[in-house]
Write a protein that binds this ligand. Sequence first.
Ligand code: PHE
Length: 504
Amino acid sequence: MENKKHGFGSSIGFILAAAGSAVGLGNLWAFPYKVSANGGAAFVLVYILCVIVIGSIAMISEIFIGKRAQANAVSSYKKANKNLGFLGLIAVLVPTIIICYYSVLGGWTLRFTVNSFQSIASANNAVSFGSFSSNVYEPVFFTLVFMVMASIIIMAGIKDGVEKSSKVLMPTLFIILVFIAIFCLFLGDGVKDGLVYYLKPNFAELGFSGVVAAMGQAFFSLSIGMGTLVAYGSYTGKEIKIGNATFMICLFDTLVAFIAGLAIFSAIGALQPESLKSAQGVGLIYVIIPQIFEKMGSVGQIVSFLFFAMVVIAALTSVISILEVSVQFITQKFRKNRKKVTLVMSLICFIISIPVAWSVGGAFDGKITIFGYDLLTFLDEISNTVLMPLGAIGACLTVGWFIEKKPSANPFKTLKSLQEEGIGLGKFGKIFAVMVKYITPLLMVFVEVMGVRGKFIEFGAKGLDYLPIVITALIIIAIMIALYFIFFKNKETGDNSVEEQLEK
Ligand code: PHE
């Protein structure tokens, strides 16, 4: 390891941390209902394809960009190509936007864990969720506690914070998941109906919008298209095999999502089949699932605790990876103490998350909105639909075309120079080179365009309701480009050695 003290101590440490970033609410909550809504096994098939042809290629690119530079996202992109540093700046900003709503959901989950024993006894969870989420103080309090947990880990640094916690939390998560899945699969007759509802292949239902949804889900779930993998990648050294690591992370992420769906839909099918059709969105894990645990009697209290603790772990290991991106950049660029930077960044994100919590929870009669959207949807759309795919396209194009001094149209020439820089990949190198240069970016551009087009249709009769989201995203990009060329391009932006120097 080049950064012994501050980098990951082992390959497995990196893999678990990156898997921790990947496995999150996207897997345990969004994936299951997206599958059931978009043609069951047909969606799973397309999803796996997206992970292989698009996700894994972007993931390798991002880890490589970070690894070769051993620096924060801005410096990493800058080192790849001086004119592309703005991609790093966007990659620092987007995760920061995501924290502001992800931690609200993390807070909700935390509250359900804490209240597993109490709220289940209190008759109707649907009511209890509504009164909790629309409360002015409670969701804010739990968001704060969740942010504090994430900050403590990030303050401790990569090796002593991120790596150590991932090594304990990820295996714990997996054990709980398998336990819950087995438990749910044996709940009785209705399990079969639940599974049929979850997985029955239906290509007509999938449609093109399902394909776009699968790709969006793959981006979000694998944490690609922003700085998290660049940041984590920068803390790895020569011993890491990027190809193998990517394979493990993608496999683990997909497996967890799939198993979570098995568990959730078995339970709904067995205990509350009438809810199968409405098992969507926020209602799925915050209303229907608690109702089901309630039906299990006293066992349900324990299962509920385990289930929500598992979701908290998943959300926490994701949020730390998101927080790390900005903490790493600011620490290195401004040469400030990591703990102080973490504190300031968390505080800023927490303050922004307060109106988000009120808005999405329906406090103040649901009056806090922006362009007619609740703040969570607004931030989520900007980051997920528009900025994340653009970030992933940027990462692939950077590796495919702009890292070399003299880019050539021949992918095998590019591969040679990538291999000289240590990308590894063995016999898959050739496939990767062709994919990253041509196929993956083209596919991504196509799906991105179709995705945004689909949103225009979905979101408003006049098709214009989505415009504010696209315009806001474009303004963000423009500002980041301007900031980069004015303030960062020709100035020192630091690298991973800065933290070590600061300690001396
Ligand atoms: N991958 C995480 C999930 O599935 C979310 C995430 C997105 C984390 C982007 C980091 C970066 O929930």
